[in-house]
Design a protein around this ligand. Structure first.
Ligand SMILES: NC(=O)c1ccc[n+]([C@@H]2O[C@H](COP(=O)([O-])OP(=O)(O)OC[C@H]3O[C@@H](n4cnc5c(N)ncnc54)[C@H](O)[C@@H]3O)[C@@H](O)[C@H]2O)c1
Length: 384
């Protein structure tokens, strides 16, 4: 194979965004041949491509080697498994699944089919997040002792939640801020620090909006190393904050307003504490601003890597097995909130799926009619 014939499933906000750079030829050795949407108007915007009224039909067509799935969350698993059963490769939008059991099914199907399963975690190519990984892995920051990520600038209006029948419902989306807005940040935490050994979530459901899922969240994490962390997110707070602070023995990094600042201890803090003669002395510091310009086209880079992986066997930026971590953290935070107890990963995937099913079955929430939003710049949602 010299070129990947790609099918795009779902032409909503994200599907249209992927289609645009693919149609502009931004991904080498990849031809967008087919699109699937239940909406004839959305399909009509792509007169040169093959049209399918559902992802299932596109998958069964025999006209593509791979699919990019941009549908509501639950279908990531059903369409992904169907694609693997047809021998296709799959690039799936985040989250790769709503819950761990579905993520496992998707990964198993990819292994059985011996096909690529990649996740659209485009923040993994952003220089500032790569630098953080480098600082942690090189030991430059020293042993990590704590992180604080306050990401409360995901402000969303009622119109946003009203813009899709699936949004912000247990049945349609399977969660709120943790499943929709935060998979990228939860993925980065797993990528940098691995899975915690204890999760305690405090979620508020419909605190700010007419929704049944979480829109205000605080999660506490403990790691085997003794490090701890707090992750705070909200879709109801304005102006909100996006500040990620990670403290290590050799200093701290702060990522805020697109800047990465490293305050480096001249002497590791515990060594200093053990050896200082004065009670109030503290290590001297160097303030370093680490340059990290935003990536020009992070989504296209992940899609390019998917294509290169299919054609040349290069490692994927985010495999299904990598991407399961963020599902794990989101599920653990919700389960901990529902039960009022700690979760010690691995979370019981079956118990979580049952608990979620119960939420769906017992829901009395009535979704207001869909509101058509016409004047939004969807790409504003990427600036994180
Ligand atoms: N990576 C990112 O930066 C990013 C940003 C936003 C959204 N997303 C993700 O993209 C996905 C889609 O989000 P969105 O905002 O585009 O939602 P959306 O509601 O705007 O679009 C979803 C589309 O999928 C279509 N669809 C549903 N079932 C289908 C099927 N079986 N076959 C074909 N089409 C089908 C719907 O008609 C709808 O047009 C979600 O998983 C979301 O989390 C990723």
């Amino acid at each position: 194979m010299h070129k990947v014939r790609l099918g795009l499933i779902g032409l909503g906000n994200m599907g249209k965004f992927h289609a645009a750079y693919l149609m502009q030829g931004k991904v080498q050795r990849c031809e967008l041949t087919s699109v699937a949407s239940s909406s004839p108007e959305k399909l009509a915007a792509f007169p040169a491509l093959r049209h399918f009224s559902s992802g299932q039909e596109l998958i069964a067509s025999g006209l593509v080697d791979a699919v990019l799935i941009c549908t509501p969350h639950y279908q990531h698993t059903t369409l992904g498994v169907a694609a693997f059963e047809r021998g296709l490769h799959v690039l799936v939008e985040k989250p790769i699944a709503v819950h761990l059991a579905d993520a496992d099914r998707l990964i198993d199907a990819s292994l059985k089919a011996d096909r690529r399963l990649a996740a659209m975690f485009q923040l993994r190519v952003e220089p500032r997040y790569l630098k953080v990984k480098q600082l942690i892995e090189s030991g430059e920051l020293g042993a990590i002792v704590r992180f604080n990520w306050i990401i409360t600038d995901w402000f969303r209006t009622e119109a946003y939640y009203g813009s899709g029948g699936w949004r912000a419902t247990w049945r349609g989306e399977g969660g709120g801020a943790l499943l929709n807005q935060c998979p990228h940040q939860l993925d980065l935490l797993c990528w940098w620090l691995g899975l915690p050994q204890r999760v305690r979530g405090f979620c508020q459901f419909g605190r700010y909006h007419q929704i049944e899922v979480e829109d205000n969240v605080t999660v506490y994490f403990d790691y085997d190393s003794g490090a701890s962390g707090v992750f705070i997110t909200s879709t109801g707070e304005a102006p909100g904050t996006n500040r990620c602070e990670i403290a290590g023995e050799k200093g701290k990094i702060v990522l805020e307003n697109g800047k990465l600042l490293f305050t480096r201890n001249e002497v590791a803090m515990s060594d200093f504490s053990r050896t200082a003669a004065s009670g109030f002395a503290r290590p001297g510091v160097w303030n370093v601003e680490i340059p990290a310009e935003p990536h020009a086209a992070p989504h296209a880079a992940v899609t390019q890597n998917f294509v290169d992986s299919i054609l040349d066997g290069v490692p994927l930026i985010a495999t299904g097995a990598d991407a399961v971590g963020s599902v794990h953290l989101a599920n653990a935070a919700l389960y901990s909130s529902w039960t009022g107890a700690d979760v010690r990963p691995p979370l019981d995937a079956g118990a979580y799926a049952e608990a979620l099913k119960k939420k769906v079955e017992e829901s009395t929430f009535t979704k207001a009619p869909t509101i058509a939003i016409t004047q939004d710049d969807f790409t504003k949602s990427f600036t994180r």
